[in-house]
Design a binder for this molecule. Structure first.
Ligand code: DGY
Length: 326
């Protein structure tokens, strides 16, 4: 593919090492600038490296705040993110600078819902504790009262945010005969609701949640949404799952509820200030913790990269990127 003036390939700054197939396609279509040791770039470093670039391919852990966007050279006209989330990019600053932003919705739905259900099961059934018992050679045999967890089948699952991933989580839960409740900004049409029970008021939904799974985007309004007040509304012994963003949870409040036994367990794939998560989580036996693995399958990571490149290709061909973020 040629640049819009037809004389050269656009120059693309790749902030991280992406999957091999994605790197190969990018190298074929763009002049690429790569991150050889795959370290996370800081703001000043990214501005310096972006000199001469036409576009950037960033990912969910690259912070792209307003001062970075304002410091970019005029040549950078597009930022494609290898993520469905866009909370790491200051979209207002991008708009102000006339920089187009696009993300990768759709392709990571199943992988992320799989991890959410893994967390639900792992937290409820004390999988991490059981695994540690074996690995640390502490297991002295089966016992009637050993590592008794929370029963999953037939229980009530409350889903906060019924977008693609929330709906995929509901489909998985249906296989476990769970009763699905959800809160979303808008009620879904009946065919998408598929029998799930809508709650216009998220706080009111919490009262019935044996399990709560969080799938809402991170925005200033949802910061620390799950706080002490909302945790108090959950039934005693509830299980919390988060695969959305760590900022939706008030860590201090969640840790206090896990410590006191108000909540039975939490399964978490995302954390505020990743990778420096609150130290309280790792010290608790009733947490099942993963390092932001939601989209981490071979197929999904390739698809995310190809989607990001599709968006870049469209932009440099003078077309609207299919996943342009408004
Ligand atoms: C995303 O795409 O936003 C995820 O958090 C990365 O897995």
């Amino acid at each position: 593919m040629n640049a819009s003036n037809g004389t050269r390939k656009p120059v693309l700054l790749l902030t991280r090492r992406y999957p091999d197939a994605v790197m190969a396609r990018a190298a074929g279509d763009y002049e690429i600038m790569t991150n050889e040791d795959d370290h996370p770039y800081g703001v000043d470093e990214m501005i310096r490296l972006a000199q001469g670039a036409d576009a950037m391919l960033v990912c969910a852990v690259d912070q792209v705040p307003a001062d970075l966007i304002r410091g970019l050279p005029d040549s950078v006209r597009m930022i494609a993110t290898f993520s469905v989330g866009t909370d790491h990019i200051d979209l207002a600053a991008a708009k102000e600078r006339g920089v187009t932003v696009a993300n990768t919705p759709g392709v990571l739905t199943d992988a992320t819902a799989d991890i959410a259900f893994l967390l639900l099961l792992g937290a409820a059934r004390r999988a991490a504790e059981g695994e540690r018992l074996i690995r640390e050679h502490r297991w002295d045999g089966w016992a009637p009262t050993q590592l008794v967890g929370v029963h999953v089948t037939g229980k009530r699952l409350a889903i906060l945010g019924m977008g693609r991933i929330g709906q995929a989580m509901a489909r998985r839960a249906q296989g476990f005969d769970m009763e699905i409740h959800y809160h979303n900004r808008r009620r879904l049409p009946a065919d998408q609701e598929a029998g799930a029970i809508y709650h216009a008021d998220a706080d009111e939904m919490l009262g019935i949640a044996d399990f709560l799974s969080i799938h809402s985007p991170a925005t200033p309004e949802t910061r620390h949404w799950l706080n002490a007040g909302r945790i108090a509304r959950l039934p005693d012994g509830a299980v919390v799952v988060n695969t959305a963003r760590g900022t939706l949870v008030d860590d201090e409040a969640l840790i206090a509820a896990l410590r006191s036994g108000k909540l039975a367990a939490a399964g978490l794939d995302v954390f505020e200030n990743e990778p420096k998560l609150h130290p309280g989580y790792a010290g608790l036996p009733n947490t099942f913790l993963l390092p932001h693995l939601g989209s981490a399958t071979d197929q999904t990571r390739d698809a995310m990269g190809f989607k990001a490149l599709d968006n870049l290709d469209a932009f440099f061909a003078g077309r609207e990127p299919p996943d342009r973020v408004a």
